[in-house]
Design a protein around this ligand. Structure first.
Ligand code: MRU
Length: 329
């Protein structure tokens, strides 16, 4: 993607250093963050300097490659990296794939392949998704499943970018996505860069616009897809899916195959990350709530398969109950 007339990926590796677009600083500051070793890369995943399923996966793959390059204990490194964030399947996919490397050279090449495949899969998701978007379509999205959440292009936003390039006119409703505001800060920033008309809405406003028939379809990303099609995504996704069904609005999710957990039978088995209560109690360090109040902060929820009309992948659009067909033979 182009930022200030330059092509960027969200995550890449240069001379053993993992480079990341520093996401907590956006949209106010665009800065590249450097991780010198796997511990720093793992910390960047944990603190969400890099976030979003595909970007986390690519960073995790590069982190294992860093461990190989500096002759670290690879199994220990894998454990540290896997302990950063529990929900996004791409992280586990990438770590396990690079762990198969026989030597440094192979580790580097597998990590690079994971990043390249992520970018290519996302581009293809855009091509498969674009026919869903009619001219003048009004789309709702939740959280950020654009190029900042992947190596490039994104998933939920990729069909929108492809449609824009074909000259279609679109309007995007962007859920702000409390508590970390990935929609308000990151999706809105991406859409601004691409000059796509959009409006940020409070998380609880989506039903209002759905009922008024101002939303033609919903597309979100996904963090982990179970074999029965149940899908984990950013907290608040489930309620958007229920509202969409109530209002007869098609609800799609978009994800590369690396987000499917072929060992997980149903959504009940997907681990849900619980994050620091401060993310809910404070905004940018300013306390919103009484000092005595506690908060709960699940980062993801699971949308049952029957609410999902289709999952857009790099192999085509699948009904959720057909996702198991994509298992590697
Ligand atoms: O906690 P995050 O920001 O890493 O959450 C991931 C997400 O951005 C969303 O859940 C997204 O819709 C799917 S991952 C691209």
């Amino acid at each position: 993607m182009r930022v200030n007339d330059k092509d960027y990926r969200t995550v890449w590796m240069e001379d053993g250093v993992v480079k990341l677009i520093n996401q907590p600083l956006l949209p106010n500051t665009f800065e590249i963050y450097s991780c010198q070793n796997y511990r720093q890369t793992a910390e960047a995943i944990k603190t969400m300097i890099v976030r979003g399923a595909g970007a986390i996966g690519a960073a995790a793959g590069y982190a294992i490659a860093q461990a190989y390059l500096s002759d670290e204990d690879i199994q220990k490194a894998a454990q540290v990296i896997k302990n950063t964030r529990p929900t996004a399947q791409n992280l586990f996919y990438a770590v396990d794939k690079v762990l198969k490397a026989a030597d440094k050279k192979e580790a580097l090449s597998i990590a690079q392949q994971i990043a390249d495949e992520d970018a290519q899969a996302c581009k293809t998701i855009g091509e498969f998704g674009v026919p869903l978007l009619k001219d003048n379509a009004q789309i709702l999205t939740h959280c950020n499943a654009g190029w900042l959440a992947f190596v490039d292009w994104g998933t939920a936003l990729s069909p929108i970018y492809a449609a824009k390039r074909q000259g279609k006119k679109l309007f995007v409703f962007v859920d702000e996505t409390r508590p970390r505001l990935q929609g308000a800060r990151l999706t809105a920033w991406e859409l601004s860069q691409e000059k796509i008309p959009h409006a940020v809405i409070a998380d609880n406003a989506a039903g209002y616009y759905m009922k008024k028939q101002q939303i033609d379809l919903v597309i979100t990303g996904a963090d982990r897809i179970a074999l029965n099609g149940d899908t984990a995504n950013k907290i608040g996704t489930y309620e958007k899916a229920v509202l969409a069904k109530e209002n007869n609005i098609p609800f799609y999710m978009a994800a590369p195959l690396s987000t499917i957990d072929f060992t997980c039978e149903s959504g009940d088995a997907i681990p849900i990350e619980e994050r620091d209560e401060k993310e809910v109690l404070e905004v940018r360090g300013v306390r919103l709530t009484p000092n005595q109040s506690r908060a709960k902060n699940p980062a993801f929820d699971v949308t049952p398969a029957h609410y999902i009309k289709g999952i857009i992948t790099e192999k085509g659009i699948f009904k959720p109950d057909k996702i198991k067909q994509l298992a590697p033979q």
